[in-house]
Design a protein around this ligand. Structure first.
Ligand SMILES: Cc1cc2nc3c(=O)[nH]c(=O)nc-3n(C[C@H](O)[C@H](O)[C@H](O)COP(=O)(O)OP(=O)(O)OC[C@H]3O[C@@H](n4cnc5c(N)ncnc54)[C@H](O)[C@@H]3O)c2cc1C
Length: 414
């Protein structure tokens, strides 16, 4: 009988989850590794998914169940690879897991949160809200368990959460854990990070609270987000009357990201449609260089083109001005159709930033570059999946991950 070494999947976003589930359902053992305390990657923080405008639990819950029910998948969260050595026909891998301060006895009762005195920015909400140092990452978080943030916790001075817990679920003495594995193949599904718009100073990101990135827009639109789904201007706490989207922030620009991220146009169209759905008076303008939407997302474009409260304006935005008594935002943009350079105003600006493939787990295996990765030059036995290769939408990520999952059949030991 053939015995195969397990596959190690690094990163548990939609791509890593898919690769793990597909490989395990084909009979292979899989170790699925995630550096965060929960799985789902960037997609779990979205408000709705294009093209169907469905909520994130739509595709995720079924995958969580497939992971839970499959004994061939070992899920390790809060864990990263510390070293990889290629040996013969396999890889020796060392992992390090963050201390497990909260164990599986946790019932999510929340008593610990009530007594916790330390607060920190909620990175899941792109730092637009705060939370306690002991926290439940978000309402779809899997595994379902509270987590303690080491950097923010006052645990050497306060053990209030430990004293309050009735289920023996908290151990403030927990230490990091090291694990050694031998695996037959590795799938890198480390996904992407958003481009930092502060690198383009003309767009004034960080100078006004209502200049948001597209990722922040997802979190203020989401019912489990920083404003419980209410799209509000920061200071007035009123709904914006005008929202403008600036496409290609840093993208297709030799100084920043020389490529098109492919999904940001569809993401802006999706966010614009959501805004006009929930804000009956809002007017939305989208300032674009080229609209790159393909396949099923073309339906979106038709809906936008026909919408009376949405305007598509072809032309690059050159400058955002925040010195307008902090009430409105002004920006200068071309309008290619009229051939004029015009000044526009808005209460809220959304910067459509691109995606940067995340190479943190693959340093040494790949040249560091801000461009598409050459996954053909990877060592034998290593494959990439999803946005770690190049920006792509969820459906393309799933396809790429399904293909990568076949890697596990490459090597065999008798
Ligand atoms: C504003 C915006 C809106 C979008 N909306 C949509 C949409 O509506 N529909 C759609 O189809 N697509 C959408 N996308 C694209 C979508 O987010 C991606 O297709 C999807 O996230 C790709 O999944 P992934 O698993 O490849 O990467 P990711 O989601 O980035 O997941 C990667 C995972 O790997 C983990 N990881 C990274 N490094 C390590 C490491 N060293 N060790 C362990 N784990 C690690 C990360 O923590 C993360 O959990 C949107 C993109 C943007 C920017």
């Amino acid at each position: 009988m053939l015995e195969r070494l397990p596959i190690l999947v690094i990163g548990a976003g939609m791509s890593g989850i898919t690769a793990a589930v597909e490989a395990a359902e084909a009979g292979l053992s899989v170790i699925l590794l995630e550096k965060l305390p929960y799985i789902g990657g960037n997609a779990i923080s979205m408000n709705r998914y294009f093209p169907k405008m469905c909520p994130p639990y739509c595709g995720m819950e079924i995958n969580f169940r497939r992971i839970k029910d499959n004994p061939l998948i070992s899920l390790m969260v809060s864990t990263e690879v510390s070293s990889v050595f290629e040996q013969d026909d396999s890889f020796a891998v060392e992992l390090v897991s963050a201390p497990e301060y909260v164990n599986s006895n946790c019932t999510l009762c929340g008593d610990c949160v009530e007594v916790c005195k330390a607060e920190m920015k909620d990175v899941f909400n792109r730092s637009m809200s705060s939370k306690k140092a002991i926290y439940h990452p978000h309402d779809l978080a899997f595994p379902e368990r509270y987590v303690i943030d080491d950097a923010s916790c006052l645990y050497d001075r306060c053990n209030a959460c430990f004293e309050t817990c009735r289920y023996d679920a908290i151990n403030l003495e927990a230490k990091p854990k090291e694990t050694e594995l031998i695996v037959g193949s590795i799938i890198l599904a480390t996904g992407w990070e958003g481009f930092d718009p502060a690198e383009v100073p003309d767009y004034s990101f960080g100078k006004h609270p209502d200049i948001l990135t597209n990722l922040m827009m997802e979190r203020i639109s989401a019912p489990n987000g920083s404003t419980m789904g209410k799209i509000l201007c920061h200071e007035t706490q009123k709904a914006p009357k005008k929202i403008a989207f600036i496409h290609c922030v840093g993208s297709r620009d030799e100084n920043h990201l020389p490529y098109c991220s492919g999904v940001c146009c569809s993401a802006s169209l999706k966010q614009a449609l959501h805004a006009v759905e929930v804000l009956p008076e809002v007017e939305v303008s989208l300032h674009y260089i080229d609209l790159r939407v393909s396949g099923r997302n073309e339906d979106f474009l038709s809906k936008i083109q026909d919408h009376p409260r949405i305007r598509l304006i072809k032309g690059k935005v050159s400058k955002v001005n925040t010195n307008t008594n902090n009430k409105e935002l002004e920006f200068v943009a071309e309008d290619i159709e009229s051939g004029k350079k015009l000044t526009y105003d808005a209460d809220m600006l959304v910067l459509a930033t691109g995606l940067i493939p995340n190479q943190s787990a693959v340093e040494g295996l790949l040249p560091k570059q801000r461009s598409y990765l050459d996954y053909y030059s990877l060592p034998d036995g290593v494959k990439m999946a999803g946005c770690a290769i190049q920006p792509m939408d969820i459906s393309a990520s799933v396809k790429s991950a399904t293909g990568a999952s076949l890697l596990g059949f490459r090597r065999k030991e008798e």
